[in-house]
Design a protein around this ligand. Structure first.
Ligand SMILES: Cc1cc2nc3c(=O)[nH]c(=O)nc-3n(C[C@H](O)[C@H](O)[C@H](O)COP(=O)(O)OP(=O)(O)OC[C@H]3O[C@@H](n4cnc5c(N)ncnc54)[C@H](O)[C@@H]3O)c2cc1C
Length: 473
């Protein structure tokens, strides 16, 4: 946590209220539905933010929308916090029960209810794991592009709640671009079906768009209608090393300027590569100061080969070194392992770390990554930078040890200020959670923050939905 991680807008409910809600929910949902065994509570106490354990008082694994409605209605009546939870892979503490109460897990609501090939859409429950969703959609001959690197364990509901991105967002956009409609349960238990099943529509407000990215603070997503696209028939992937991070990022920018639109354009600096090296069998050159993973897709193999040739020429101009080009699907996966293992490897190697997730205008990126190293030197800590260079979204991981904790905190503040100074944002694709609540003021006006607080109160007058997250009440 950093000094921008502010806990406000909630409190632990008193024991008497918890006892009452336990009995009323057991009565309404059935005996054994409201879990309170220590081992269960411990399992749901943490997420992937690394912010520590916050034990809820109860865990309920909803079976259907009706369960969710009953739970929220009762929780609103008793004033007991409810924390929706998908895969628990969130990086900003969104699924932590910081004020106790009920963790409402959607993991059992995990079915695809329809795939309509002719209409290019799928209807799915929120607890479905993204990778399984990808597989089912691709088996049906279609394609769902959003691909956060946590895809083997995050849920589609969590993706909608956080407006998840991922490497393919560069060409295809983020989760919000694929949500046509959503079933949503308000804190008072009302079930709303928002949005539509058509590609276009203008009936009323676009409420389903407001729900995307609301991080469980306005209600619970219980069903999603996703837009799908045609599956690209050809993919070309290359991992290209550079002597410096700047050379890699200048190449990234020049690729974008060339008119080629890769589906992914990923960057790793020297520290990120060093971390990845501990996890992957492939030999990555020790001397590389930066690296790009470039992936193109489309319907013509010849076009992709020609474009990859142009990418190589651009990189060559910036002094690129070794380039590994995947010859088959297994090699492609192998190259992606390098990128996907960066975050887990950094986590294992550096127990003390804070991850910031900033987005900056593309043209500023190379300069900002240089400035980050100046920040690291100034504070006597290390900073690893990696992420989606094509869309200016960089994950900045501040690595420290106990004696330099305060310096790391100051480095995080400098990082966020740097992003805002260059016209960027403090929160890219991971959301706000508890981590960025204080940081919003660096970017948004007092009026805008106040308006968002009012919106939250309108949706959730009892303040039960994921208190302490996104907006400070
Ligand atoms: C190794 C790793 C790599 C990652 N890479 C990426 C990446 O490339 N791109 C990216 O965008 N993110 C990435 N993430 C972050 C994370 O995986 C995403 O934010 C993901 O969308 C969270 O989904 P989840 O199911 O795990 O949600 P959870 O962690 O369970 O919850 C996240 C938030 O959503 C809310 N929520 C969950 N389900 C619902 C629901 N049904 N209704 C209402 N609210 C709900 C929770 O209350 C919480 O606020 C990464 C995380 C890890 C650990």
């Amino acid at each position: 946590m950093t000094s921008h991680t502010k806990l406000s807008g909630g409190s632990h409910p008193p024991r008497a209220r918890l006892d009452r809600i336990f009995h009323s929910l057991e009565g309404a949902l059935g005996t054994g539905m409201v879990l309170s065994a220590k081992e269960v509570l411990e399992t749901y106490a943490e997420d992937d933010s690394g912010f520590g354990a916050f034990q809820p008082d109860f865990v309920i694994r909803a079976r259907n929308t009706q369960d969710v409605s009953i739970i929220l209605k009762e929780a609103s009546r008793e004033g007991v916090p409810v924390v929706p939870r998908g895969g628990g892979t969130g990086r900003v503490g969104g699924a932590l029960a910081v004020y106790g109460g009920i963790v409402l897990s959607l993991e059992k609501m995990n079915r695809i209810t329809a795939i309509e090939n002719e209409n290019f859409l799928a209807r799915v429950e929120p607890g479905m794991i993204l990778e399984k969703f990808h597989q089912s959609i691709e088996e049906a001959g279609l394609f769902y592009p959003p691909d956060p690197s946590s895809l083997d364990s995050c849920s589609v509901g969590g993706n909608v709640a956080c407006n998840a991105g991922g490497p393919r967002a560069l060409k295809y956009g983020v989760t919000s671009n694929y949500v046509l409609g959503a079933e949503f349960v308000l804190p008072d238990g009302t079930i709303l079906k928002t949005g539509r099943s058509t590609v276009k529509g203008g009936a009323g407000y676009e409420l389903h768009k407001l729900i995307v990215g609301s991080e469980g603070t306005l209600g619970v997503i219980t069903g999603i209608t996703f837009k799908l696209v045609a599956k690209p028939s050809h993919i070309e992937t290359a991992l290209i090393t550079f002597p410096t991070a700047r050379a890699a990022l200048q190449s990234s920018q020049d690729i974008m300027k060339s008119g080629i639109l890769p589906r992914s354009l990923e960057f790793m600096d020297a520290l990120s590569l060093a971390a990845a090296r501990t996890k992957v069998p492939r030999q990555l050159p020790e001397t590389a100061g930066g690296c790009l993973l470039v992936e193109l897709d489309g319907s013509s193999a010849d076009t992709l080969l020609e474009e990859m040739g142009r990418v190589a020429e651009i990189c060559d101009k910036h002094g690129s070194g070794e380039a590994l080009v995947a010859q088959d699907e297994a090699q492609r996966r192998d190259l992606w392992t390098v990128r996907r293992e960066v975050a887990p490897a950094l986590r294992e190697m550096h127990p003390c770390r804070v991850s910031e997730d900033i987005v900056v205008p593309r043209a500023a990126l190379a300069g900002i990554v240089d400035e980050l190293q100046t920040t690291a030197t100034k504070h006597g800590i290390k900073i690893a930078a990696f992420g989606h260079s094509g869309d200016g979204n960089i994950h900045v991981t501040v690595l420290y040890d106990e004696p330099t904790r305060e310096a790391a905190d100051a480095a995080c503040t400098d990082t966020l200020r740097l992003a805002v100074k260059h016209g960027g944002t403090v929160a890219g694709e991971h959301g706000t959670g508890i981590q960025k609540v204080g940081a919003l003021a660096l970017e948004q006006s007092a009026e805008l923050l106040e308006f968002q607080r009012g919106l939250k109160k309108y949706f959730d007058p009892a303040g039960i939905m994921n208190p302490g997250k996104v907006v400070a009440i």
